[in-house]
Design a protein around this ligand. Structure first.
Ligand SMILES: [Zn+2]
Length: 119
């Protein structure tokens, strides 16, 4: 279960990229805000699969944000997320691969049925 907090008001949210029910902040329009929202959630994990920021830490960060303190984001972490997003955005070949893969699955039964019917 993912725990996340709003980067604007610090309240907890069900989904890092969801619109905040409390203040209405919606990170989905901006890559930078999406990256920040992901960092303020347990969806970012280290090599051991443990959240980089624990739920308890997120709660206390959320309290700080709630009192007007801003959270110091790690620029390296933000850049990493933005780069990952860019890679996904710029690789349509992955999607084409999937299409081709799906096409093969579709065409093989059609040929098999064709062969079956013509014999
Ligand atoms: Zn909010």
């Amino acid at each position: 279960m993912i725990f996340s907090i709003c980067m604007c008001c610090g309240r907890s949210k069900s989904e890092p990229l969801a619109k905040c029910n409390n203040c209405g902040a919606d990170p989905s329009g901006s890559d930078l805000e999406m990256a920040k929202s992901l960092i303020l959630s347990t969806s970012i994990t280290n090599e051991d699969g443990m959240p980089v920021i624990s739920e308890d830490e997120l709660v206390s960060i959320g309290d700080d944000i709630g009192t007007g303190e801003s959270y110091d984001f790690d620029p390296v972490e933000i850049k990493k997320l933005l780069d990952e997003k860019k890679v996904l955005d710029e690789s349509p070949t992955i999607q084409w691969g999937f299409l081709l893969f799906g096409f093969c699955f579709l065409i093989i039964p059609i040929i098999a049925i064709g062969v079956f019917l013509s014999s």
